[in-house]
Design a protein around this ligand. Structure first.
Ligand SMILES: [Fe+2]
Length: 318
């Protein structure tokens, strides 16, 4: 990361501040870029204009506002763009000279071949706090307590095995908890595995015999206190296809419940209080912090990423 000083590196490494640079981010869905004028979007605090050129290829350029001085008179900065799997990915680096050294990550193939449901919501918090909500296994009984999902009274002790994968970790495939009504409608003997990957991807893949359900969450930092959550659902299970209108409604309710909590937290988080991590329920949040620090360190030192996580079984109640 040439040209980046120690102050910027320290800022990026602090929880709730700065961003994870030299990474691909989902900026838009392909659907959102279908026809119409280019879209203005703030990504990691940078103002971009994203559109399609005459050949139909997506592009992203710095969006100059009246009074801005295009540096060196070289015109607006161009950001590398790749469109794949229904998403427009943009490479975000602090230093414009740092070109992508790898393509965007391949998301797990969605069982039916294309997503059946895509919902977005903006959370009024820094991406680190948005990701905490994503990897916090214990908030479900409190934030998402509704009869059709699960009952708070049924919360019980759980043990889940994890191992490091790529730039993240996974909860190994297992039979899901008995206190969730959502798995019951799938019938059979569902098994599920949950993945997290930097910079902000989480997916749950449920297998019921040859049928699959995939629930994918993508966090995109817009500014230091605004994060876009894209929730994708895909499935080859006939019950899920049948319930699609209800699932859309349920997804919106879930996203709004999380957004409400984040709105309530936002004023307290604005002063960057030290985080208090409690027990195994917060271990995934600690892992996220370690993964992020390792990413910053390996980019600074120009070496391969070394996953800092060791395989472990975590215990909590939810
Ligand atoms: Fe949630």
């Amino acid at each position: 990361m040439s040209g980046i000083g120690p102050a910027e590196v320290a800022h990026d490494a602090r929880f709730g501040e700065g961003f994870l640079w030299d990474a691909w981010y989902v900026a838009l869905t392909t659907q959102a870029l279908r026809g119409g004028p280019p879209r203005a979007l703030t990504l990691l605090g940078e103002q971009l204009r994203i559109g399609r050129n005459r050949c139909g290829c997506a592009y992203a350029v710095q969006d100059l506002r009246p009074g801005d001085d295009p540096s060196g008179g070289a015109g607006p900065r161009r950001f590398p763009v790749v469109e794949q799997q229904g998403f427009v990915w943009v490479w975000m680096s602090r230093d414009r000279a740092v070109a992508p050294d790898e393509p965007p990550p391949r998301l797990p193939e969605i069982a039916s071949g294309r997503p059946m449901l895509v919902e977005q919501i903006d959370y009024p918090v820094h991406v680190d706090h948005a990701i905490l909500g994503l990897v916090d296994p214990a908030h479900g009984p409190f934030v998402h307590r509704q009869w059709w999902w699960r009952r708070g009274a049924t919360a019980h002790a759980k043990s889940k095995a994890f191992r490091p994968v790529g730039r993240g970790f996974m909860m190994l495939r297992h039979r899901p908890s008995r206190n969730s009504n959502a798995y019951a409608v799938l019938g059979g003997a569902p098994e599920t595995e949950i993945h997290f990957q930097l910079p902000g991807l989480r997916w749950e893949h449920v297998f019921i015999g040859r049928r699959e359900v995939l629930s994918l969450s993508i966090m995109t930092p817009l500014t230091s206190d605004l994060t876009r959550m894209t929730q994708v659902l895909g499935s080859s299970h006939p019950v899920v296809t049948l319930l699609q209108p209800l699932l859309r409604l349920a997804t919106r309710i879930f996203l709004r419940q999380d957004a409400r909590i984040m709105r309530l937290q936002a004023p307290a988080l604005a002063d960057h209080p030290p985080m208090l991590w409690v027990g195994d329920a917060d271990q995934q949040a600690r892992w996220y912090v370690r993964l992020k620090r390792e990413w910053i360190a390996c980019r600074r030192e120009g070496r391969e990423f070394r996953n800092p996580i060791s395989a472990r079984t975590l215990h909590w109640t939810s």
